[in-house]
Design a protein around this ligand. Structure first.
Ligand SMILES: Nc1ncnc2c1ncn2[C@@H]1O[C@H](COP(=O)(O)OP(=O)(O)OP(=O)(O)O)[C@@H](O)[C@H]1O
Length: 528
């Protein structure tokens, strides 16, 4: 010990034993020091040979132990692997969600020493944000921890391996979480090892998990959004919405039935398209006034056709030609792709029309149109929609409030085959939304507010006071929500509401045919 201290002191003081060199010129010093250095170090080492040998022995012993540990771990893993079928599941993959639902139903967690307790609903709501509206209560395995509106799920905790049984087979479950390469999010993964050599047991388990997940997803439409941040260019499930009945969309039957039937027919016609060499894709453009039911109709159609919706916003930072293309290529074949506000892509680069430089303040005013931000070009968007790699079998919906600014190449048949205009509420729509809000006492509804005759006569007087195509359906809905249980008051006060809305529109003129602000002509109006 004493000798080790000596060595340390000598090294720290930086002195070289031979002090004679100190008085020599510096060049000589350097040469001599370099020659003397290794020699003096060896002298030191051998002068304390017994402790040096001890250190060497310790180091070798440590290395042997570490080697033995690793070899044992590898051998054990290989041994286990030879008896188990092991499957890995990526947290971003859909089947991860199936398995989490499946595992949350297992009673084994009651006995586990370490579990993750979660109020998150794995079956239908999104994983990163709870949405009360979408919650389907899951079984509480403990049976004694009721939560207000939610129940607790017991799940595998991160970094642990839990053993349980599946159909009499030993099942080892390991759940892990690692920091994503990009961003600050964590990437989850699950590893299942089942005792046995036959893969059919794994398939059975997956099928059971999928069926369970599906049973909880019934009557729901799954929504995926483009996630170009955490793991590049992928669709991320954001949740599932209850299906919206088509009858709840109050629209001209010509619009809603035409789209629904056309889409249904399209899904049945893959061989027809193949025989004629036509790309098996269909696109619909819904344009017109804000709050007129474009998005709601798409949700209702997705529910009616049992399709999921994949939403991409072209104005989202990080979306460019490449990301858009790979996202649209990565769509499942029977799905709805929704490009909301497709006009948002009209940056300077994408619009063929020159920006309205001459207009005083024009560029400023229409800044969201011409200022950069979205990295999608027109050719990139056209390619993504119907390029050589574009996904077949998908239905594309695009919505916009600014039909007039869309490039003709974008909206030509083959890309967006059918165009539908949505207008502010007609009197007929006003009447129908009133009838929807107040189910009559003899309609079988539990809310017994008014009789059919009363309700219908109130609806007629209500709609008579709503001018044609002045108010949006969204604003009428907002008004009626204020009188949820008061149909008489709703009918009595509508005139005041209409007047207030008229005044608002006079003060802030909005013409959705031309854009948000009528003082700026964004492009030459197209005949619609
Ligand atoms: N035709 C309609 N029938 C029933 N409800 C409607 C209708 N139009 C709008 N609504 C209601 O108004 C709200 C907004 O509708 P939605 O988001 O579908 O409008 P939008 O046309 O997509 O609007 P935006 O162009 O601003 O995105 C929803 O809550 C919806 O229930």
């Amino acid at each position: 010990m004493g000798s080790a201290q000596q060595v340390l002191q000598t090294l720290l003081s930086g002195s070289v034993p031979n002090n004679e060199f100190a008085s020599q010129p510096s060049a000589l010093n350097a040469t001599s020091a370099s020659a003397a250095g290794p020699q003096s170090l060896l002298t030191f080492l051998f002068s304390f040979s017994s402790s040096f040998h001890d250190w060497i022995k310790l180091a070798i012993l440590g290395a042997i132990l570490e080697f033995a540990r690793r070899t044992w771990a590898a051998a054990w893993a290989a041994f286990l692997a030879s008896f188990f079928i092991t499957a890995h599941f990526d947290g971003e993959d859909e089947c991860y969600d199936w398995l989490m639902v499946f595992l949350s139903k297992k009673s084994s967690w009651k006995k586990a020493n370490e579990v993750q307790v979660s109020t998150r609903n794995w079956s239908s709501s999104n994983r990163y944000q709870n949405d009360d509206q979408d919650i389907v209560i899951m079984d509480d395995p403990s049976g004694d921890l009721p939560m207000k509106g939610r129940t607790l799920s017991f799940l595998p905790s991160f970094g642990n391996t839990t053993t349980m049984f599946y159909k009499g087979r030993l099942l080892r479950v390991t759940r892990d979480r690692t920091q994503a390469a990009v961003g600050t999010e964590y990437v989850e993964s699950l590893t299942l090892s089942i005792l046995g050599r036959d893969q059919s047991i794994l398939r059975e388990l997956l099928l059971e998990a999928q069926t369970l997940h599906k049973s909880q997803e019934q009557n729901r439409v799954a929504i995926y959004i483009a996630d170009n941040f955490s793991r590049l260019n992928m669709w991320r499930r954001r949740g599932a919405k209850a299906r919206r009945p088509m009858s709840s969309i109050i629209l001209d039957h010509e619009i809603k039935d035409t789209i629904l039937e056309d889409a249904r027919d399209f899904l049945r016609s893959s061989s027809w398209y193949a025989d004629r060499g036509i790309p098996f894709r269909r696109g619909y453009l819904l344009h017109g006034s804000p709050g007129s039911g474009k998005t709601s109709l798409i949700h209702a159609i997705a529910g009616a056709l049992n399709l999921d919706i994949y939403v991409v916003s072209l104005s989202k930072p990080g979306i460019n030609d490449t990301t858009l293309n790979s996202l649209l290529c990565d769509l499942p074949s029977r799905s709805i792709a929704l490009i909301e506000d497709i006009d948002a892509a009209f940056t300077r680069s994408i619009n063929r029309d020159p920006p309205p430089m001459a207009h005083p303040g024009g560029l400023e005013h229409s800044g969201d149109m011409f200022r950069g931000g979205a990295g999608v070009t027109l050719s990139g968007l056209l390619n993504a929609i119907d390029g050589i790699y574009a996904q077949e079998g998908r239905i594309l919906f695009a919505t916009t409030n600014r039909y007039d600014v869309l490039d003709p190449a974008l909206i030509r048949p083959g890309r967006l085959d059918m165009h539908f205009e949505f207008q502010p509420a007609s009197s007929w729509q006003a009447r129908e939304i009133f009838r929807c809000f107040y189910p009559a006492s003899d309609s079988g509804s539990s809310e017994k507010l008014v009789s059919v005759e009363e309700r219908d006569s109130l609806a007629t007087s209500f709609s008579a006071l709503v001018p044609e195509h002045l108010l949006s359906m969204a604003s009428l809905q907002g008004y009626l929500v204020r009188y949820k249980t008061q149909p008489n008051e709703a009918a009595a006060n509508i005139a005041k509401f209409v007047e207030a809305e008229k005044r608002k529109q006079e003060r802030y003129p909005i013409d959705w045919r031309l854009g948000k602000d009528t003082s700026v002509a964004l492009a030459a109006p197209r005949d619609s």
